[in-house]
Design a protein. Structure first.
Length: 255
């Protein structure tokens, strides 16, 4: 009998289901992984705009996590929208206490696709310490330059890869194709796909949660990132609106 595989999303609640926990769960399930979710904030939004946000305290996030770890064996976690580095550190520390082998993927969402700034001045003083607890970070070029403000995107990603693997997303670059770079301690792997003239709400959430599900399905990190990028490419073509459709068929072709 097949052992159930679980992946946990610790992220914001987006009522449109295009991003955050609901999007992550849909992505996990499309990859044949059982999804669990813990809320870090409530957003007041649809797929077009965000009116505001209410953060959930770190202690309340931990209280949500406790019964899940009492019931399930969780090896893979995606963290999305989170208030600050201090909350990230608190949550990641708890996760490692519960499972020292846990793999944590952090999608450092700083600004929404509609332009809403979630953090203002983002305190990165303890970033390097927190990154040591992470397995992978998935910033785009805007996010990496705000996390490591005194370095170019490539140099910043290379620097952070001393602590955690970094997938530097190329969707915001001016290149004719969409090139991501996976930085690890010993090498850089380039992952390319054609650039589509279409947008979807929450594609960063989908990519990081697809990577998390692929890791739960026992893929290597490079394979998990490459497969997730192909899944997102299909996701971008799935619907004419801003909220895409998830498909088990699209996921299994890349497993």
């Amino acid at each position: 009998m097949r052992t159930k595989k679980y992946a946990l999303s610790i992220a914001g609640f987006d009522p449109s289901a295009g991003a955050g926990i609901l999007s992550d769960i849909k992505t996990f399930e499309a990859h044949n992984v059982n999804g669990l979710g813990v809320c870090t904030c409530l957003t007041y939004q649809n797929e077009l705009k965000i009116n505001g946000i209410s953060w959930i305290a770190a202690n309340d996030i931990i209280e949500q996590l406790k019964p899940l770890f009492e019931q399930y064996h969780i090896d893979h976690v995606k963290i999305g929208l989170i208030e600050n580095i201090e909350t990230l550190e608190t949550v990641a520390s708890y996760l490692q206490d519960e499972n020292p082998e846990i793999k944590i993927i952090w999608d450092p969402i700083l600004k929404s696709s509609s332009g809403f700034d979630f953090h203002g001045a983002f305190d990165t003083q303890n970033l390097r310490t927190s990154c040591k607890r992470l397995f992978l970070i998935t910033p785009n070029t805007y996010e990496i330059t705000h996390l490591i403000s005194d370095m170019t995107p490539d140099i910043g990603a290379e620097h952070l890869s001393e602590f955690s693997a970094v997938l530097l997303k190329g969707g915001h670059s001016a290149n004719t194709d969409c090139t991501d770079q996976l930085f690890t301690k010993d090498k850089v792997i380039t992952i390319k796909s054609p650039r589509l003239n279409t947008e979807k709400h929450g594609t960063g959430c989908v990519l990081s949660s697809a990577i998390t599900a692929n890791l739960a399905n026992e893929m290597s990190l490079p394979a998990a990132c490459e497969s997730a990028k192909k899944y997102v490419y299909k996701f971008l073509q799935s619907d004419h609106g801003l909220v895409g459709q998830h498909s088990y068929e699209n996921a299994k072709t890349h497993s």
